[in-house]
Design a protein around this ligand. Structure first.
Ligand SMILES: [Zn+2]
Length: 174
């Protein structure tokens, strides 16, 4: 079974459902297909493809925002798969304020880093080694991040996730 990305009527990513469930939504005219998947279903009168991306016909108001789980994959996605210190390809995550110095494990203190910078920085603070962050790390907003962080995002979904999730192309193709 494959999965389908669900967009709000406004094209904002909402979540992921099974492609069968997505098909039912389309057949019930509660959603329209935005993009087909490669999976073809054959029936008596021909064939059609299951949807890769659907869009709800009616706008759904999201009651509240879920906290986005802090995962290595989600951190890499937020930081574009690059080391925040030197721009090299990230291979690990780094605590800006080292954990040994009281730094917390949260979105504002965790960044993606390359092995070299991580090793060089060790348990020192940025001030101590004279490094600066170009942008302050923060918690990303929106469903696009949950979907990217889950690791189930498909190539065909990226065009719809990127406007809401920043520059993720580098992460996914890496
Ligand atoms: Zn680096």
């Amino acid at each position: 079974m494959s999965q389908t990305l669900v967009l709000n009527a406004t094209y904002e990513p909402l979540g992921v459902v099974s492609d069968r469930r997505a098909l039912i939504l389309v057949l019930n005219q509660r959603a329209t297909t935005v993009e087909d998947s490669e999976i073809t279903l054959h029936h008596a009168h021909g064939s059609f493809n299951l949807p890769a991306v659907i869009r709800l016909t009616k706008f759904v108001k999201i009651p509240y925002r879920h906290a986005i789980p802090l995962s290595r994959r989600a951190i890499f996605a937020r930081d574009g798969g690059k080391c925040v210190y030197c721009g090299a390809t990230a291979t690990s995550i780094d605590h800006v304020m080292p954990r040994s110095r009281g730094g917390g494990h949260h979105w504002e203190n965790v960044v993606s880093a390359c092995h070299k910078c991580n090793h060089q920085k060790a348990d020192r603070t940025l001030k101590e080694i004279g490094w600066k962050l170009r942008t302050a790390p923060r918690e990303p907003a929106g469903a696009a991040w949950r979907i990217l962080g889950s690791g189930h995002s498909h190539q065909r979904w990226l065009a719809y996730l990127e406007p809401y999730g920043g520059d993720v192309t580098t992460t996914v193709s890496a």
